[in-house]
Ligand binder design. Sequence first.
Ligand code: TXA
Ligand code: MG
Length: 319
Amino acid sequence: MSTAARVETITESSLEEAAALIRAGQLVAFPTETVYGLGADATNDQAVARIFEAKARPQFNPLIVHVRDLKQANCHTVFDETATRLSAKFWPGALTFVLPRRTGSNVSKLVSAGLDTVAVRSPAHPAACRLLELAKCPVAAPSANRSGYLSPTTADHVVEDLGEAITLVLDGGPCSIGVESTIIDLSTKPPSLLRLGGIPSEEIEAELGPLQLAGSETILAPGMLANHYAPATPIRLNAQHCQADEALLAFGPNPVVGAKVTENLSPKGNLVEAAGNLFTMLHTLDVEGCTTIATMSVPEYGLGLAINDRLRRAASGRR
Ligand code: TXA
Ligand code: MG
């Protein structure tokens, strides 16, 4: 049974409680200077899957990871000279960098929807800063609204839209900027602007020279990014049997038998668990040297819709 979220004003004790909930794998809505974020421990696959469930997103779009500072960002992404220079100028603040994922980073693969890049931002809002300090983990946080609805700039907006899906909303009053952060992709040469936002692009261009704004389809549907993750091994959907040279991505208590190697998204048939495991298991099966990765069908509701969407894209191959 869902109940309405509890709203707490910002105090050291509400921040401590929020940090404890995040560390325990729960979702907490919190203010940033841009919009309210729906935060979860970015290193916890299940917690990240809950974000997609709460937002009712039919697709796994990559999420922004919030960090305390450059040092924490650097544990999970590779900062080159340009990223270091821009972060010195604009962090903490409304600028997000897409950077190569650092080898060994424990950020959930679901956060970046399987891509080998991670988007990082160090927010300036004092409550967000303190929450990140207390939580100690990097915090994945998209805007705290249901997919397709407006981004929330007050705690009331969050409660109206997502109240039943979250435990705690930290109320820090209205957001000072009110639009999402600007996103710049520094993993490509030359860099490109992925989203216009809180930091005017002119200010970034003053540092980097003229920038290309990536195609509008990238902004509207980042799940369709041209370089979306697809395994090198061909995917076969809706497997009902398996051959000895195939890998199996199973779901539920009765996996198909006969595969060379099997990973089960959720033996219990739980879609949140399955979503959390999806990208890690696809990666694992991809390196087994099998002819095909056969995938069992997943129910077409809740997070099953997003899982199936991603599997169909993976089956359609690299673009
Ligand atoms: O202002 C903000 O940035 C707010 C507040 C809460 O901080 N957060 C926010 O996060 O807007 P989110 O997760 O909704 O932003 C997701 C967008 C994606 O739609 C995509 O454009 C981009 O960030 N993104 C994230 N990771 C990416 C990646 N690895 N490659 C390319 N784009 C990425
Ligand atoms: Mg949003």
